[in-house]
Design a protein around this ligand. Structure first.
Ligand code: ZN
Length: 270
């Protein structure tokens, strides 16, 4: 009897996951439209979405943001990536840059939409303190030169607590809080979840769905395989624990974002 009940519950849980995935596919465009306050017609799908993903290192894009990138590309959105370092911690910067380009090509971001900085002020180093003001300036210049209306990056815990991820969050929050963000641009931060939820793989989907968020993006098996292939482009990073990450991380299936509160443009702080 208890086995029968367990099988029934597992069945309903999987049906629930399937429903969340289908519903997200149907509603994602509407959610983004609402966030960027734009009227995107259903014929052009997401062509009016000009999204920028801001990361710190090559591999962040597929380890943490793959579901979002895959879904935005599927919506025909204009997706760019700004990676603030080449990931030169072990002097493999040139190689890692090539890995990033290959990974992005798989995820649907062509080379000309990728900017990889090699700036001595932004070393790939968890102990390095990036200059927040300089990071803000670099990100702001990039936003203005491409007129992005959606910017997605890390939250204050940076998913893995890496100092470089957190520095980007601080820089973006600084821009938002000081009213330097263009009026039609929405800033979103990727929600960091606790260790247990982080390694629940796709089984975590219902929990993320139930938690309040500004944007929810998930992928099915096809999207997961794409994210995994993109991760495997980063051959220099494929240590044993990365295989565990790829197998069990919920970030391979789902991203949830919260809006970063924005002050009115050109707010003067005295
Ligand atoms: Zn990183």
């Amino acid at each position: 009897m208890s086995l029968y009940l367990a099988v029934l519950l597992a069945f309903f849980y999987f049906v629930c996951i399937r429903c969340i995935y289908s519903r997200n596919r149907r509603n994602l465009l509407k959610s983004i439209k609402h966030l960027i306050n734009a009227s995107l017609s259903s014929e052009t799908k997401g062509a009016g979405i000009r999204a920028l993903i801001v990361t710190a290192h090559p591999d962040d894009e597929c380890m943490f943001f793959a579901p979002t990138i895959i879904q935005l590309v599927a919506l025909n959105a204009n997706v760019h990536l700004l990676c603030l370092s080449q990931g030169n911690y072990y002097n493999q910067g040139a190689l890692r840059k090539q890995e990033l380009l290959r990974s992005c090509a798989l995820l649907g971001i062509p080379d000309f939409k990728i900017t990889i900085l090699d700036h001595r002020s932004f070393p790939d180093d968890p102990k390095a303190e990036w200059n927040i003001s300089l990071v803000s300036t670099v990100i702001m210049n990039h936003i203005e030169s491409h007129a992005f209306n959606l910017v997605l990056t890390f939250d204050g815990r940076g998913v893995s607590s890496h100092a470089n991820h957190i520095a980007i969050h601080k820089a973006v929050s600084h821009l938002a809080l000081t009213g330097q963000v263009p009026n039609d641009c929405c800033f979103l931060k990727l929600v960091t979840v606790g260790l247990f939820r982080k390694y629940m793989s796709f089984l975590e989907l219902p929990l993320s769905w139930l938690m309040p968020s500004s944007l929810f993006c998930c992928v099915g098996l096809h999207g997961y395989r794409l994210a995994k292939e993109a991760m495997f482009c980063h051959r220099t990073q494929l240590l044993w624990f990365r295989y565990l990450y790829v197998t069990f991380s919920r970030y391979m299936y789902v991203n949830t974002f919260q809006s970063i509160p924005q002050a009115p443009r050109n707010l003067k702080i005295y």
